[in-house]
Design a protein around this ligand. Structure first.
Ligand code: ADP
Ligand code: ASP
Ligand code: MG
Length: 408
């Protein structure tokens, strides 16, 4: 029997009615003759709510204790979904990340999976059971409970699919696939039928929440096909790209065209000026950030100046880090909070400077003068006033997306 891994996001299990619908979808998959492993996120906004309580208790909550707290969210949904499946006559058993054999490094709050030992999951599948796994969590070699960073249930699902040799990994959400931009921001964004791993990874890293970047990286390494679909959609048919997005090895698109626009609002920009000529002094900020496990996104060093963009997504002890930077580097560091990042993504889009010029001109003409621009072979990112970020996404979508090039 082929194994199918399905992941249901927080909005899909937000209340009892939705949880029962998920249980029904799982049972339908089972009746199609698959072995089914289900990965669940915490219900609705549970993770945000737990984080808020922790922040109310302390502005710098300890990372280990945060992991103990946040993993509770997924534990609630795994048990409730298992109960719901049993109510429908299915034979389900729930496991935490640790019980399912998700082994991570010991970097609390944004740990990385280093190994999956799915023996208990395999044993239960062999007994004919449906296995429900708490997403977003694992255990380190030192037996510490860890979480995989925000959106990490996707990573659990893909890693489990790889370890079990699953046929595919379905990521089920409130949106029926990956769009050319967040459909909540750009109403005429279009669903993309098929995406390459690289395109998807760049979109995710640029802030498109629908798939987690680490999950896509895992899928790429192991060659797992991801089906991004709506929980309300039918089960995947002969052509899953017809009513969802398929992410797989794919070389179909003409190089140079933009496939999507994404943005990230909650970023900090660190501007460091060294006290001495050359980069050595400015780079003194890097060991401080490493000490506090702060992951940087873009780094640019030239002469005595360093600019660094940091995502706030998994950055929960900011007050402590700011204090350490102030103490050790003094007034040479300026932290800018007013900017956001908007990116366009596509293979080979920087073969010439045409796309950079086109985007910068469009933004400038609309009064959103970029405060910075960075490129890679797959991406152009502009830093602009955070208050105009959604306008910028709509503008760049109008400027770059050629609907006829998208379908699949
Ligand atoms: P889940 O809780 O199911 O993991 P998320 O909230 O993490 O769901 O991701 C789904 C959301 O991602 C959608 O509701 C949508 O607003 C947002 N989103 C952002 N960018 C995109 C995109 N390019 N395509 C589709 N959805 C996107
Ligand atoms: N519950 C976690 C979060 O909100 C993980 C996930 O949903 O994927 O980030
Ligand atoms: Mg998500």
């Amino acid at each position: 029997m082929s194994i199918v891994v399905q992941k249901y996001g927080g909005s899909s299990v937000a209340d009892v009615t939705r949880l029962k619908k998920v249980a029904d979808r799982v049972m339908r998959t089972r009746r199609e003759g698959h072995d089914v492993v289900v990965v669940v996120s915490a219900m609705g906004d549970t993770t945000d709510d737990l984080l808020k309580i922790a922040k109310d208790v302390s502005p710098n909550p300890d990372r280990r204790e945060l992991d103990m707290l946040l993993t509770a969210g997924e534990r609630i949904s795994m048990a409730l979904l298992s109960i719901a499946i049993r109510e429908l006559g299915g034979d389900a058993i729930s496991f935490t990340g640790s019980q399912s054999g998700i082994i991570t490094n010991d970097r609390h709050v944004d740990a990385r999976i280093i190994e999956v030992r799915p023996h208990r999951v395999e044993d239960e599948l062999a007994r004919g059971r449906i296995v429900v796994i708490a997403g977003y969590q694992g255990v380190s070699y030192r037996k510490e409970i860890t979480t995989l960073g925000r959106g990490g249930s996707d990573t659990t699902a893909v890693a489990m699919a790889a370890a079990l040799g699953a046929e595919y990994c379905e990521i089920c959400s409130d949106v029926d696939g990956v769009y050319t931009a967040d459909p909540r921001v750009v109403p005429d964004a279009r669903r993309i039928g098929a995406l390459s791993y690289e395109e998807t990874q760049e979109l995710a890293e640029s802030g498109a929440k629908v798939l987690n970047a680490q999950a896509v990286e895992f899928a790429k390494d192991r060659g797992i096909a991801i089906y991004a679909r709506a929980t309300a959609s039918p089960l995947p048919g002969a052509d899953p790209s017809a009513d969802g997005t398929v992410v797989r090895k794919f070389a179909g698109r003409a190089p140079g065209s933009v496939v999507g626009v994404a943005s990230e609002r909650d970023v900090l920009v660190f501007d460091v000026t060294g006290a001495t000529p050359g980069p050595a002094d400015a780079t003194r900020i890097l060991p401080v950030l490493d000490e506090f496990h702060v992951a940087g996104k873009q780094l640019h060093v030239r002469g005595d100046r360093l600019t660094l963009v940091v995502s706030r997504e998994n950055f929960h002890d900011e007050a402590r880090v700011r204090e350490a930077i102030r103490r050790r580097l003094g007034g040479s560091v300026q932290i800018v909070e007013s900017l956001g990042a908007v990116s366009v993504v596509g293979a080979g889009i920087n073969a010439s400077f045409a796309n950079v010029r086109r985007g910068s001109d469009a933004l400038g003409s609309a009064g959103m003068t970029p405060q910075g621009v960075a490129t890679s072979s797959f991406r152009i990112t502009w830093m602009i006033d955070r208050a105009r970020l959604d306008d910028a996404v709509r503008l760049l979508h109008r400027t770059f997306i050629d609907p006829s090039a998208i379908s699949h």
